[in-house]
Write a protein that binds this ligand. Structure first.
Ligand code: ZN
Length: 469
């Protein structure tokens, strides 16, 4: 665990507070200090919730929480994989600014203020229970946590049980003061091997009936070309499977498994008398390709199936309960929204904004457009701009720049590339995309920052998930 000088952070915060001119008392009537619980659901697609209108996957606990919360039906992540997306959640910055992009850009720089650092600087206890190495000190993600525990799967059933138990224990001990708790659930991530009873929830066929092995699909030309680093090891569980319905339904079972933990957290907080006065946020870092765009059971490029994520924000004291916001919002908006509601200073220069004016109807939109990024090599990367009904993807490989354009209203699955038909729309959106990026830095403004030297154990764990060779 890193040791910050809390005093130096506090001084920085006072300056920010003065320069940004914000703090408690502005906006809505101030709420009494409240605990904040963030449930980070890894790899849960935005369209895989009952409250999103999906009637083939059961998420009763998320749906119930949505009736007490604000449901954002068009939340977009900033990157289609774990590390940059969660770094955006915790800093309010886009990946090209926070710099945790993987590869040579391997660590969140200490100079960035995280949500946890701002809570800790105010003397509020902070705790995180996470289930993947990307969220550890190796990658600079320990900033601000009084305690950060990285749990690893042991046997079947994942880490969710231990994450939940430890999280509720922390909440119980600190129930008389405001705190920040981050619980990260990994059960929806591949491999899709849910325990009973979830394993038989949606699939009742014979996954190994005679036929072609589904792993053939994983080696499609496009998948090989665009995601060459997908590790075969990640797909061992699919060897011999012939029915494509099986992995798809087991993915849904993983989502229902995560939903069950959400229900346990809510029940635990109710038992502790914390539920009504807590702010509870449910969010995912990215979704999953389940065959769309020729990617299978992974998250590789910023198409809708990986970019659209769930976002629920339950405010204390039933404030805004049951509202639905359809305007496009981004993961970077969570941090300023939490800070503003909690009466804590919002750092200047964030990419995210406080969502309260959007919730109350004071503002019609949070952003003119939102951005997602993938890639950690200056010569090869993707940027995806979502602006109202349009989605533009810029694919850069060496000197070659290609565009894909989708109409989100007529073609929400992004199946028909209109770039060749609508060159003027492409040019206008490309100019807006450039407007997001600081001049002279088409790839990133963050300096490459190598990860801390990974322990043999860290390397082994990342390799077992297919992230590194
Ligand atoms: Zn993830």
């Amino acid at each position: 665990m890193r040791h910050h000088s809390k005093a130096s952070i506090a001084v920085g915060l006072v300056l920010l507070l003065a320069s940004a001119g914000c703090g408690p008392g502005s906006g809505d009537e101030a709420l009494p200090p409240f605990p904040v619980i963030i449930l980070g659901l890894d790899t849960v697609r935005g369209d895989y919730l009952g409250c999103a209108g999906n009637d083939s996957v059961l998420t009763p606990n998320l749906d119930a929480l949505a009736t007490d919360a604000v449901y954002f039906s068009d939340c977009q992540t900033t990157a289609p994989w774990t590390a940059p997306a969660f770094a955006s959640l915790m800093t309010g910055l886009l990946p090209y600014r926070h710099g945790l992009l993987g590869g040579g850009f391997g660590r969140l720089a200490d100079e960035h203020l995280t949500l946890a650092e701002i809570f800790a600087a105010d003397g509020r206890p902070t705790s995180a229970e996470v289930s993947v190495q990307w969220l550890s000190a190796d990658f600079g993600m320990d900033q601000g946590w009084d305690q950060l525990r990285v749990l690893h799967e042991s046997g079947r059933g994942g880490t969710g049980r231990r994450v939940t138990r430890a999280g509720l224990a922390f909440a119980g001990i600190n129930s008389d003061r405001p705190f920040l708790l981050f619980l990260h659930y990994f059960e929806a991530h591949a491999p899709y091997t849910p325990p009973a009873p979830f394993d038989r929830m949606y699939y009742h066929g014979d996954p190994r009936a005679p036929g072609e092995d589904v792993t053939v699909l994983l080696n499609s030309d496009r998948a090989r070309k665009l995601a060459p680093k997908v590790n075969k090891h990640m797909y061992d569980w699919l060897e011999g499977i012939t029915d494509l319905d099986f992995p798809r339904r087991q993915y849904a079972a993983g989502v229902s498994h995560v939903d069950d933990y959400v229900g346990q957290v809510v029940a635990g907080l109710r038992a502790q008398g914390l539920y009504d006065r807590a702010m509870i946020i449910v969010v995912a870092d990215h979704g999953e390709h389940l065959g769309e765009h020729d990617f299978w059971f992974t998250h590789a490029l910023p198409y809708v199936e990986t970019m659209h994520v769930p976002l629920l924000i339950k405010f204390p004291a039933a404030r805004y309960a049951g509202r639905v916001v359809a305007a496009t919002v981004s993961l970077v908006d969570v941090m300023p929204t939490v800070l503003k509601a909690a009466g804590l200073p919002v750092p200047a220069g964030l990419d995210g904004v406080d969502l309260a004016p959007l919730i109350t109807g004071e503002a019609a939109a949070a952003h003119p457009a939102v951005l997602a990024e993938q890639g950690n090599r200056p010569g090869e990367y993707w940027k995806a701009l979502v602006a109202g009904r349009w989605k533009l993807m810029r694919c850069v490989k060496g000197d070659a720049v290609a565009y894909e354009l989708y109409d989100r209203l007529d073609d929400p699955g992004e199946t028909r590339n209109l770039a060749a038909d609508l060159p003027d729309t492409v040019a206008a959106l490309a100019a807006r995309l450039d407007g997001f990026l600081e001049p002279g830095h088409p790839f990133t403004v963050a300096e490459p920052l190598p990860s801390r030297k990974l322990s043999r154990d860290s390397r082994r764990r990342l390799r077992s998930l297919g992230y590194i060779r």
